[in-house]
Write a protein that binds this ligand. Structure first.
Ligand code: MG
Ligand code: MG
Ligand code: MG
Length: 304
């Protein structure tokens, strides 16, 4: 039987990696041949999770072949997916993002819920199929929820996520607050990355009204520390804008402790930020903003 490949979005975050591994576990337990893979490097936060649970990272792939059977988790937009996705056979999508730039030629399972994390949906899928969740798989799902909801503090976090996270913490036998803060902090060590690498740690490209834009996000415990690298970051952002023909680049620096952000915004559409935020030069002050999906992208799409 041909193996179905399971993957999350490019520049994978903890949800994309963990939900792929979790989906592999579920499919395998349902007797299907499926394998988690990834579309980019493992972040420090995700590496912390994999080390903690003694799990090897999924294999990295560059593109997929025509007719390859795939399951998408944590994304649907083709421009965030594997190269060649247009000609793949998408059998299933489990996601918690807006649906855009997505189209298939055959029927499929599509499971979308407006919750804080893909793993929250997967938890319910285990229950639906009556498959038991092992402590390790529970730990992966919990890590994904902690990552996507910033330890249940992001506005994307729903009461369902909170309920599921508590159940998973119990199955995994983990102190959520303690583990969660250690995990998030592991992802804030940005010192070893070049400015260019910082831009692509967690970057997503999208398109609306013919405007192509990118929103990248880094987590930190000190926004000022990251802004010490502003000049070099701006140089690299401008290079990406030119190389990828972007009209807007928003580099979001999020303080995970105080749940605030500041952004460096460049590109010909940068002026739209003034419609909602205090702007000084290229720096945009975003108090209380932490969610790209629920706060930043809707703002951009309402204004471009
Ligand atoms: Mg994600
Ligand atoms: Mg997610
Ligand atoms: Mg994210």
């Amino acid at each position: 039987m041909e193996k179905t490949l399971i993957f999350g979005h490019k520049n994978p975050d903890t949800d994309s990696i963990c939900s792929s591994l979790v989906m592999e576990d579920l499919q395998t337990k349902l007797g299907k041949e499926a394998k988690a893979v990834r579309l980019g490097e493992i972040s420090k936060e995700t590496q912390y999770v994999l080390n903690y649970f003694g799990i090897t990272a999924p294999e990295k792939i560059e593109s997929i072949e025509e007719g390859q059977k795939v399951i998408l988790v944590d994304h649907n937009e083709f421009n965030q997916s594997a190269d060649g996705i247009e000609k793949a056979k998408i059998g299933m999508v489990v996601d918690h993002h807006k649906i855009a730039n997505f189209c298939t030629s055959e029927p499929l399972y599509y499971l979308a819920e407006p919750v804080g994390c893909t793993s929250t949906i997967l938890y319910n899928l285990y229950n639906r199929y009556g498959v038991e969740i092992s402590p390790r798989v529970a730990g992966l799902m919990l890590s994904a929820i902690i990552s996507d909801t910033l330890l249940l503090k992001s506005p994307t976090c729903t009461s369902v996520d909170v309920e599921v996270a508590n159940k998973l913490a119990e199955i995994a036998q983990i102190n959520m607050q303690e583990y969660g803060l250690d995990m998030l902090k592991a992802g804030t060590d940005l010192s070893s990355y070049t400015e260019k690498e910082l831009l692509f740690l967690d970057a997503k490209t999208s398109q609306k009204n013919g405007v192509k834009y990118m929103v990248a996000q880094v987590n930190t415990v000190s926004i000022e520390d990251v802004l010490k690298r502003q000049a070099k970051l701006e140089e690299e952002i401008n290079a990406v804008i030119n190389a990828e023909n972007l009209q807007l680049f928003v580099f979001v620096i999020t303080d995970i402790v105080n749940t605030n952000s500041k952004s460096i915004v460049l590109g010909e559409k940068a002026g739209i930020m003034q419609n909602g935020y205090k702007v000084e030069g290229s720096i945009v002050d975003m108090p209380g903003v932490v969610s790209r999906k629920k706060q930043i992208i809707p703002f951009i799409e309402a204004n471009i």
